[in-house]
Write a protein that binds this ligand. Structure first.
Ligand SMILES: Nc1ncnc2c1ncn2[C@@H]1O[C@H](COP(=O)(O)OP(=O)(O)OP(=O)(O)O)[C@@H](O)[C@H]1O
Ligand SMILES: [Mg+2]
Length: 411
């Protein structure tokens, strides 16, 4: 009898210990998730304001460039301003990726085609003593996702690999298809639904990640790089991107190198999402003989965009808030060929203005502009409305001219 009591007591103690262990693990996961969420929200807010400022600098630089003599020495300096803006906007893109509110829309991405495009860019950032080997073995390689985020994912992993190999080495990028079970997913960094995945592995022959920092590498702003060399936002962005794609990831590392395994769910065979095509180069329009209404609560952006579009022959009317824009538009809707709408403004915001506009003119052409947005509502609009496009702030002047002229040229 005493033995049975002893066994029961032992089972009871193990049970208590196990529950306590599970509880601690669960509360740690929840705390981690909450930390990621709140830093994400903060980051998203900062990114929005920062992008607006960058958009002002970027478009003013673009405007100056249009006015410079062909052989003016000042081109070099204007290019420096534009390049710095591009780098700064890369930083805000990282913040947005991490906060899971980056503003491109969901598409079907052919991972193999996307890799080709991204590796081309990545190679430009690598010293000659680093080789890139690609082995694209996946039979099924279409996933649903965000093209810009996908690029960002590969570039971040590739650049981390580069930095781990100051003496040179090899980056290997592999794709194949794998089926993951519930128990395999439990050992990964993020929860996901079991099933068939596109497996993307970025490996390097670098120094590896020391065990003591492995638990910190996804923390925002955690970096082992010297000041000015790393922001510590690369892997948090990767984490945010994989999460947005409902995927998961795993790291294998040793002093001989690191393998970063990313698993993304495959696109359903009957997906109707548009297929992403690699970027085509911009073309500047000959003339934009159209009437355009621009709505933005940033006076600097209104002024520069107006000047640029007028330069190309457009007749531009500006409004610095949604109500004024609607008053102007309702007066003579047929006189406008295009409306350029900032998304985030005091009420009525860009989305609300869009819905009123659509009630008046079901086919009016609309360009949404934003440095930050909750993508679900806008994504829905962009997916269902052929006459609406999106441009992210900060925009480069040639990009915005290209987008506007393509939309205006569409019947
Ligand atoms: N492939 C890798 N090999 C070795 N260490 C790595 C690798 N990838 C990441 N790390 C470690 O994880 C840290 C965090 O990486 P993360 O990409 O978030 O920031 P970072 O590279 O330091 O800065 P940023 O990406 O913002 O320029 C790095 O500083 C590095 O110590
Ligand atoms: Mg990095």
């Amino acid at each position: 009898m005493e033995i049975i009591n002893g066994i029961l007591l032992l089972i009871f103690c193990i049970g208590i210990f196990w529950s306590f262990y599970r509880l601690r693990r669960i509360s740690r996961i929840i705390a981690e998730a909450q930390k990621m969420e709140s830093v994400g929200r903060l980051a998203g807010g900062v990114a929005h304001d920062f992008n607006n400022m960058l958009a002002g600098i970027c478009s003013a630089a673009g405007y100056i460039k249009l006015h410079l003599d062909k052989d003016s020495e000042l081109h070099r300096y204007v290019d420096i301003i534009s390049d710095s803006c591009t780098r700064a906007s890369h930083l805000t893109a990282q913040l947005l990726m991490f906060s899971r509110t980056a503003s491109d829309s969901t598409m079907r991405i052919d991972v193999h085609a996307g890799l080709e495009e991204t590796i081309y860019l990545l190679r430009h950032g690598l010293p000659p003593d680093i080789n890139v080997e690609v082995s694209a073995k996946a039979q099924k390689h279409i996933v649903c996702g965000y093209p810009d985020a996908f690029h960002n994912l590969i570039i971040n992993l590739g650049l981390n690999s580069r930095d781990s190999m100051p003496q040179g080495g090899t980056i290997r990028i592999l794709t194949d298809n794998v089926t993951l079970s519930r128990s395999e997913i439990k050992r990964m960094v993020l929860p996901a639904s079991p099933g068939e995945f596109l497996h993307l592995c970025v490996s390097d022959t670098g120094s590896g990640i020391p065990k003591e920092i492995l638990s910190k590498i996804f923390d925002p702003f955690f970096t082992t790089k010297a000041e000015g060399e790393g922001t510590g936002l690369g892997l948090p962005a990767v984490y945010g991107i994989v999460k947005r794609h409902n995927g998961t990831l795993k790291i294998e590392t040793s002093p001989a190198g690191t393998d970063f395994h990313v698993y993304l769910p495959l696109a359903p065979a009957d997906s109707k999402l548009p297929l992403y095509h690699a970027r085509t180069s911009c073309r500047l329009p000959g003339s934009l003989n159209y009437r355009i209404l621009i709505v933005d609560d940033e006076p600097v952006l209104l002024e520069v965009l107006k000047a640029v579009l007028e330069e190309y022959g457009a007749d531009v009317v500006c409004a610095d808030n949604g109500s004024e824009a609607l008053e102007i538009y309702q007066d003579s809707p047929e006189s406008f060929d295009l409306i350029m709408l900032d998304v985030i403004m005091k009420a009525p915001d860009g989305i609300a203005v869009y819905h009123v506009l659509r009630g008046i003119s079901p086919c009016a052409k609309v360009v949404f502009m934003s440095g930050y947005n909750e993508d679900t509502v806008l994504n829905d609009i962009l997916q269902n409305d052929n006459n609406a496009v999106f441009i992210s702030k900060p925009y480069q002047i040639p990009d915005i001219l290209d987008k506007v002229s393509r939309l205006l040229g569409k019947n």
